[in-house]
Ligand binder design. Structure first.
Ligand code: HEM
Length: 493
């Protein structure tokens, strides 16, 4: 009996190992080879890939060389620095990136990408595909309606006011504004997501930040099917942080449920978490389970604060470096919102110079430099067939800096270019991606950016500190390697 059982277990283990081996061979060898041949037949060639790692090692080498020094001055010609492989291996890609982004659901996130982020955002909206994505997007959409956004504005103003008051006490001292803004946007998303459970939300987000940093190192750890189950130090660290994050989330969810059961409250609340829990109740727990809610909360934190803080950081750097535009925006904010500089939601659309500056900042320093898309079926793009299984990285940064698309001054800071933008060039402006899978938080982010910048610009004049070193790098998003040091001078009143 025992021997039969052992044989049985052995057969299962062996078939599992064979399955993993087969999947790994397909993933790292057979599929890339097949795709390379298909692309070569269409005249699209590239450097020879290495076994298992493809061109990743060559790209890493080029990158570590190109970012090893700081930029010689504050300039925005950053494509050779951040996408050296794109410059070294120019390809015939055409101008169909936007069209590719419209191809949903036949494109989506690849298995490798999902593996890399699973530890910290699980199966949330950002990484979902197909029907699951469609369902999650539908559930999350009510959180971003115009009326909801109006409700979030008060959190944005409140949190910014606290930061402004604190900074006004540090008269003319050097401030690393990137870190200040990271904390501010994390504060804002904690309040909009978790409202009443804000303190626990903050604790949670500190853990998520560490988890995210750890997962960003995933490219240094070769992934193969089943590799996340290996008891390596890296995997163990991720697992223990993930367990702690989910324990805290569960506590918040349970306490809301208790409030309803004890009759202390009639709904789960009107913050993001409350909205998702109310949806779950309406759906009788069928379609939206607790794990999915937890994954969604983690996704919104990840997608909702770092990108916005980077947009703000680069915009302040650009305004500090271009005092004429700084004055212009300050003048506009005071004219539209009064001396206090706190905009109402209704006033935001009148801040047109500020809007142009934000767009120009998103063009020059798009937080998401590359948009990855995997073809789940053969797709025809113009005269090129994108074969099933091909993973395409849409080089947003390179498109935003293309002289062909934006003119000879493509690497210059010129917000005026957004005054009369033609339809053709707007197709190539994609800081929030495009098509059905664009950024669901785009209006949230733009509202937040306008409120924070309007309040900062009206309360301080600022210039770049001599200690600032211009050295953009990409770690998932475009970051200033040593932060952005500004000298803030409080303005009256
Ligand atoms: C300046 C700020 C922001 C930028 C530049 C930005 C950019 C993007 C981009 C490029 C994508 C597409 C990613 C891809 O498909 O690979 C995306 C997706 C997403 N963003 Fe944002 N984002 C910003 C702010 C926000 C905020 C504030 C939130 C939420 C509060 C948010 C939530 C999301 C979510 C959930 C997705 C996934 C959407 C889907 O796949 O259906 N983002 N964002």
């Amino acid at each position: 009996m025992m021997v039969t059982l052992l044989k049985y277990v052995l057969v299962i283990v062996m078939s599992l190992i064979l399955r993993v081996l087969y999947d790994s061979i397909c993933c790292y060898f057979l599929t890339p080879r097949r795709i390379k041949k298909l692309m070569e037949r269409q005249g699209i060639t590239g450097p020879n890939p290495r076994l298992l790692t493809g061109n990743i090692i060559d790209i890493s080498k080029m990158l570590s060389q190109s970012v090893s020094d700081d930029c010689s001055s504050i300039h925005h010609n950053i494509v050779p620095r951040l996408l050296p492989h794109y410059v070294a291996w120019p390809c015939r890609c055409g101008n169909d990136e936007n069209t590719l982004l419209q191809h949903n659901p036949v494109t989506g996130k690849s298995w490798l990408q999902q593996q890399g982020t699973k530890g910290f955002i699980g199966r949330g909206l950002l990484m979902a595909n197909g029907e699951a994505w469609h369902h999650q997007r539908h559930l999350a959409a009510p959180a971003f309606t115009r009326d909801r956004l109006k409700g979030y504005a008060k959190h944005m103003v409140e949190c910014t006011r606290m930061m402004v008051d604190r900074l006004r006490k540090e008269t003319e001292k050097e401030v690393e504004i990137g870190e200040e803004l990271r904390r501010l946007t994390a504060d804002i998303i904690s309040r909009t997501e978790f409202g009443s459970s804000y303190a626990k939300g903050k604790e949670l987000f500190n853990l998520l930040t560490v988890l995210q940093r750890l997962c960003a190192q995933a490219t240094r750890h070769l992934c193969f099917p089943g590799s996340r189950f290996l008891p390596s130090k890296y995997n163990r660290e991720i697992k223990s942080l993930k367990t702690e994050v989910e324990r805290l989330l569960m506590e918040i969810i349970e306490s809301r449920r208790d409030s309803i059961e004890n009759g202390r409250s009639s709904s789960h609340g009107d913050d993001l978490l409350g909205l998702l829990l109310n949806q779950m109740d309406r759906n009788n727990n069928n379609n939206l389970n607790v794990q999915m809610i937890m994954d969604e909360c983690k996704t919104f934190f990840f997608t909702g604060h770092e990108t916005t803080s980077l947009l703000l950081t680069w915009t302040l750097m650009l305004l500090a470096h271009n005092p004429t535009w700084q004055d212009k925006v300050r003048h506009e904010v005071r004219r539209v919102c009064g001396q206090d500089g706190v905009p109402s939601v209704e006033q935001l659309s009148s801040l047109t110079s500020l809007f142009k500056v934000i767009n120009e900042s998103l063009r020059l320093y798009p937080p998401a430099t590359l948009l990855p898309r995997m073809a789940f079926e053969d797709i025809k793009l113009g005269d090129i067939v994108i074969p099933k299984g091909l993973s395409i990285w849409i080089p947003v940064l390179a498109i935003h800096h293309s002289k062909e698309l934006w003119g000879e001054d493509a690497d210059e800071f010129n917000p005026e270019r957004f005054t009369a933008r033609s339809f053709e060039s707007s197709r190539h402006f994609m800081p929030f991606a495009a098509g059905p899978r664009n950024c669901i938080g785009q209006s949230f982010a733009m509202m937040e950016a306008k409120i924070i910048l309007a309040m900062l610009v009206s309360k301080f004049s600022f210039k770049i500190s001599e200690n600032y070193r211009h050295a953009p790098i990409v770690v998932l998003t475009i970051k200033p390697k040593y932060g952005v040091q500004l000298i803030l001078k409080p303005l009256d009143p």
